[in-house]
Design a protein around this ligand. Structure first.
Ligand code: F0G
Length: 483
């Protein structure tokens, strides 16, 4: 850990890297931003990136790569089978997780597909701390049922609990006793719980879950897609991890799990994913599906260049200076937002700053998608795109009714090493204006609504003409030439 004196009056994040390649940005005039979001059906996923100033949609595949990663891509060994690149990646994965078996996949959801296809049968119940969109949908597509066992504190937007992603062990045992262990294909733990604001899990909680799984003979599966941030929070806030290296913490986590899968798009600043296992029989059981759905066992849908970048990225994720950058920038962003009374999820988690749209837009009911409306309004006002993580991101119930999310969030993701403090200051400025003018924002309604994962491709329109009023107010306040 870098030993750098910080100013006492104000803590601020300090980058332990420098920028050597840049990409020019473009901030469109507000009228053009309004037109762009109209064309995108008020869905930030459907915006063209050329129309976006700060792309805070996700960190998935958008983290900045290091010089070592780019360098490694040049020595990639392109081979359908048995390429040297794969074995370098395998070694790096084994070093990172301390588990012997590795199956490559093209990204995180592909791992979820393979695991669900292998283990989930109709009626099977999968207890988990909290669902993620793609993990739940893959389970449901196989006829499975997700049961959330997160601690009550996890449902609170604002809390002092440092590990809001923890599983409630009593809820887990109650679930096992109710449905019977034979109806549970596996227990899933998401480290760095995405949909409740990137909230981490403590090491002792991982151990407790493992004990319960052992007691009932259940498979314990960890989703490590957001493990980088979780490792940071463990190192800084979990007293049992204080004296451990990042690698030791990672290996301790692995020692409790049977299977770990990850999206390398997030975990390693690379692009791809994979499943790591302890047990050869389980490896053999899943491995037969890899050539069918992903590609041969030594590439799994990834290009060899991507695999080289992941191999180096995983090594770098063991460096505290690398993994601290994300959470420390998010915390600085969050502190500035709080100073301006902008409602945000606390404690600040990983992945990005999470705006609390339920509080920001308390005049808009869940069925009018306050988080979706806020994400659209943020784009119109700032040119930055975030991602709706609320009721829009939940598919409808069987009876056609909306399934209101526990939290209505807009995530302003901070891909690692991409944005500067000035970008964040700009964002806080725009968000503060938007908060002052929040009553001008109205709801959204669907125009085109896919049945599955509707947030990706769904198209919406404003209820009323609030988007025009908002733009007119911005122009009245700042002048028609203001960006
Ligand atoms: N699990 C978690 C916890 C994730 O956050 C993601 C992706 C996945 C699995 C799926 O991985 O995208 O490689 O297929 N999260 C991205 C996000 C999409 O923006 O939050 P993938």
């Amino acid at each position: 850990m870098a030993n750098i004196a910080r100013f006492k009056s104000k803590s601020f994040p300090l980058e332990m890297h420098k920028t050597r390649v840049i990409q020019k940005l473009n901030l469109l005039p507000i009228e053009e931003r309004l037109q762009a979001i109209e064309e995108a059906g008020y869905n930030t996923f459907l915006l063209k990136n050329s129309k976006v100033f700060l792309d805070m949609l996700t960190d998935s595949g958008t983290n900045a790569m290091s010089d070592r990663q780019i360098g490694a891509m040049l020595i990639a060994d392109d081979a359908y089978a048995g390429g040297a690149t794969f074995y370098r990646l395998e070694q790096s994965v084994q070093n990172f997780f301390g588990m012997p078996y590795f199956l490559p996949a093209h990204q995180g959801r592909a791992c979820e597909h393979l695991l669900s296809k292998t283990f989930v049968k109709p009626g099977g119940v999968i207890p988990m701390n909290y669902h993620f969109t793609t993990s739940k949908t893959h389970i449901v597509q196989c006829g499975g049922i997700v049961e959330e066992c997160i601690i009550d504190e996890g449902y609170k937007v604002n809390s002092d609990h440092r590990f809001k992603g923890n599983m409630d062990i009593d809820k887990l045992e109650a679930c096992i006793n109710r449905v019977g262990k034979d109806n549970i294909p596996f227990v899933r733990l998401e480290m760095g719980t995405n949909l409740i604001g990137g909230q981490p899990v403590s090491l002792s909680n991982v151990e407790s879950i493992s004990k319960v799984c052992k007691k009932y003979g259940l498979l314990f599966v960890i989703d490590a897609s957001l493990l980088n941030d979780n490792l940071y929070f463990m190192k800084v806030y979990d007293p049992t991890c204080k004296h451990l290296s990042i690698k030791e913490i990672s290996h301790k986590i692995s020692s409790f799990a049977d299977i770990i899968y990850f999206s390398a798009r997030k975990l390693s600043s690379g692009r791809g994913g994979g499943i790591v296992l302890k047990d050869k029989a389980l490896y053999d059981q899943i491995k037969v599906l890899v050539p069918l759905y992903e590609g041969f066992l030594t590439y799994g849908g990834m290009s060899s260049r991507e695999m080289e970048a992941i191999a180096v990225g995983l090594d770098e994720t063991l460096d505290f200076d690398m993994i601290s950058q994300g959470p420390e920038f998010i915390a600085a962003f969050g502190e500035m937002a709080k100073e301006n009374n902008i409602p945000v999820v606390t404690p600040f988690g990983g992945l990005g700053l999470h705006l609390d749209a339920r509080s920001f837009l308390d005049h808009i009911p869940s069925e009018q998608y306050p988080a979706g409306a806020l994400a659209a309004a943020v784009y119109i006002i700032s040119g930055a795109r975030g991602m709706e993580r609320g009721t829009l991101s939940e598919d409808r119930n069987e009876d056609g009714s909306d399934n209101p999310a526990d939290m209505e969030l807009v995530r302003l993701a901070l891909p690692r090493r991409v944005f500067t403090l000035s970008h964040l200051t700009y964002m806080v400025d725009r968000l503060a204006w938007l908060y002052e003018n929040r009553r001008l924002i109205g709801g959204l309604q669907f125009v085109e609504e896919p049945k599955i994962l509707r947030f990706f491709l769904g198209r919406l329109k404003p209820i009323g003409n609030w988007q025009r009023t908002l733009v007119d107010k911005f122009i009245a306040d700042f002048g028609k030439d203001a960006l």
